[in-house]
Design a binder for this molecule. Structure first.
Ligand code: GAR
Length: 371
């Protein structure tokens, strides 16, 4: 019986780097989860290795894969992933690292070349990793992804046999919930599921606010709850974050994406891939008072009545098909806070009701022809 594989240490890799350096040769460094190795990975690693004379692959530890990709991953343990990776002809050494980012490793190893796969650009690399690479004088090479090969598509093909579930009219709706704030609508959805008045399950909760009550409520309910860093500008949601959200939704195999007080604007790839399957709740009777501060806008306009709207999300803000509305009176002396609280009471009933009637409304779920 061969001995268990032992990954390299940072000191081993640093020695390898120094030896190569003395010989005028180059060490290539790349990193990732490499959970379910496929031909796309192998081709990528061959291309990366060709950029130098030896290559080290830094594998995310099991804990860091869970933090990045959710509680169902990795499929293969770090030692198994390291052993398979080390068997490839392109790979000279494998190290395991525990942080979500490879910054500390880059600083310790100071690779001559850093290779990254895919739709990244030098600009969209993580800021810290990029500065560490610049400080180490590493050449940064972005290599194209091999089309049609990805871990997610492999997993989805394996799960395609599950299509009876997807086509079953009584199947529970798999939801992703996205929020930035207080999370009262999330609480209402959880309560409706527990009470049996909403036939659904929450596959994943995502927030752009790491300290939000929304995330706290999701975690307390035992949901898979993840923070997605949208970048410093609260009005913008970076391309990398848009892509990250898309990947989380794909992995969670959701039927419907529910926006509840999610204050960033979703764009492609999510908007196109989930067309007809993204729903938002808004605190006004749309098309009146689109955008932020809708309760205040109703007061300022002197409206005697406002309310809430559940509608489909399109690229145009608050303009998709209206699915349901509920009216709320504007009382004399109302502040935006008081009015918003009364609107939310209606939202808490309306949103779970629409979700429970999703299929009866003829709305699409994940299935044939959908991602
Ligand atoms: C809800 O009132 C929702 O309608 C609003 O944010 C609140 C979130 O509350 N959304 C918007 O204004 C979107 N334009 P919650 O975090 O307590 O569920």
């Amino acid at each position: 019986m061969p001995a268990d594989y032992t990954p390299a240490t940072i000191a081993d890799v640093r020695r390898l780097r120094d030896t190569l350096d003395q010989q005028g040769k180059k060490l290539v460094f790349t990193n990732g989860c490499f959970d379910l190795l496929h031909a796309g990975h192998v081709r990528y690693l061959e291309q990366a290795r060709a950029l130098g004379d030896a290559m080290v692959v830094a594998l995310n530890s099991d804990a860091s894969v869970r933090a990045l990709k959710g509680p169902d991953r990795p499929l293969n343990s770090q030692n198994d992933r390291a052993e398979v990776m080390a068997a490839l002809r392109a790979v000279d050494a494998v190290v395991i690292f525990d942080d979500a980012r490879a910054t500390a490793l880059i600083e310790a190893i100071r690779p001559h070349v850093y290779a990254k796969g895919g739709d990244y650009t030098v600009e969209s690399l993580n800021r810290e990793e990029r500065s560490a690479l610049e400080a180490a004088g590493s050449q940064i090479s972005i290599l194209p992804l091999v089309p049609g090969r990805s871990t997610t598509s492999t997993i989805n093909k394996m799960l395609a046999t599950d299509c009876t579930l997807a086509s079953n009219a009584n199947a529970r709706l798999r939801l992703a919930v996205l929020g930035s704030g207080a999370g009262s609508n999330l609480r209402a959805i959880i309560s409706a599921i527990q009470a049996g008045t909403l036939n659904a399950e929450i596959a994943i909760a995502l927030s752009d606010q790491s300290e939000s009550s929304f995330l706290q409520i999701a975690r307390e309910a035992g949901l898979s709850a993840l923070f997605v860093d949208g970048g410093a500008n609260p009005r913008k949601f970076s391309d990398a974050a848009q892509k990250e959200i898309f990947e989380h939704l794909e992995r969670a195999r959701v039927d419907v994406v529910v926006l509840i007080g999610f204050m960033r604007i979703l764009k492609d790839p999510v908007i196109s891939a989930y067309a007809g399957r993204i729903v938002n709740v808004h605190p006004s009777l749309l098309p009146k008072h689109k955008g932020a501060n809708a309760p205040q806008l109703a007061i300022d306009a002197g409206d005697s009545e406002t309310g809430c709207t559940v509608h489909l999300v399109t690229a145009e803000i608050d303009a998709g098909r209206i699915l349901a509305q509920a009216a709320v009176p504007v009382n004399a002396g109302d502040t935006a806070e008081k009015l918003h609280a009364r609107i939310k009471t209606e939202e808490h009933k309306l949103l779970p009701k629409v979700l429970n009637e999703w299929r009866e409304l003829g709305l699409p779920v994940r299935g044939a022809g959908q991602p």
